[in-house]
Design a protein around this ligand. Structure first.
Ligand SMILES: [Zn+2]
Length: 236
């Protein structure tokens, strides 16, 4: 059975039956975080702080559920499986590794495309995926749907069973075919047709190197970039 606990700001927290009596005295307020939406939190009164963990001034409801005796470090985050941070039923909570809580975050505020991992950049849709503290590129795409599908493919590879997918229909045709039909040359074909780098060095012979992914790299430019990096390191 699920029970509701009234919070401030007209919000409710959902808790299990057997946690209700303990948590209803929570006299909680609803706080809003940038990436998780609303969650339930309470201030710890001085008397309680005098008995245990005086430095901890507030307590989130999900932590009260999973760790009533305050044995677990605050650095260990709690993850809400369904991404509703007000849903504090035990089946919805688990201790998160940083990787899981990053994946399970709502879409970032800065996300304007409405798709996970897809940002609009200079007229193209750029795909990025987070993994172990880093960002990995999923390339640039002509349509937002292609980008959303590319993210899904990467999510399965990087995040496995914890992946959150974009809700996007499968294409009727391969995206290259559609792009060709409406007269747009896909960016990877444009790149393949280039004979010189952006600064005009030839992409051939001694000046050409292949990256692990197979893209072509101008050796003159990459040497200059490495020299600049070395200079910057010395400057610091
Ligand atoms: Zn170059």
């Amino acid at each position: 059975m699920v029970k509701e606990i009234l919070l401030t700001r007209g919000k409710f927290a959902l808790v299990d039956d057997d946690d209700y009596d303990r948590l209803v005295g929570f006299s909680g307020s609803a706080a809003k975080s940038r990436n998780f939406g609303f969650y339930a939190v309470r201030a710890r009164p001085a008397a309680e702080r005098a008995m245990r963990c005086p430095g901890v001034t507030s307590r989130q409801m999900q932590r009260e559920v999973l760790d009533p005796d305050m044995l677990v470090s605050n650095r260990r985050k709690v993850d809400h499986r369904n991404r509703n941070a007000l849903d504090c039923r035990k089946e919805n909570l688990r201790w998160a590794t940083d990787v899981i809580s990053n994946i399970n975050r709502r879409l970032f505020k800065s996300n304007t495309t409405g798709y996970r991992g897809v940002v609009l950049h200079k007229g193209k849709y750029r795909v990025q995926i987070r993994y172990e503290g880093g960002r990995h590129s999923g390339g640039q795409h002509l349509t937002i749907e292609d980008a959303a599908r590319a993210y899904n493919a990467l999510a399965l590879i990087y995040h496995g069973e914890d992946a959150q997918f974009n809700d996007v229909p499968e294409p009727r045709f391969h995206h290259g075919v559609i792009a060709g039909e409406i007269g747009i040359i896909p960016f990877w074909q444009k790149l393949a047709a280039k004979t010189h780098c952006i600064r005009g060095h030839p992409l051939a012979g001694d000046n050409l190197r292949r990256s692990r992914e197979g893209s072509r790299i101008c050796i003159t430019c990459s040497r200059q970039r490495e020299a600049t990096r070395r200079e910057q390191r010395r400057g610091v």
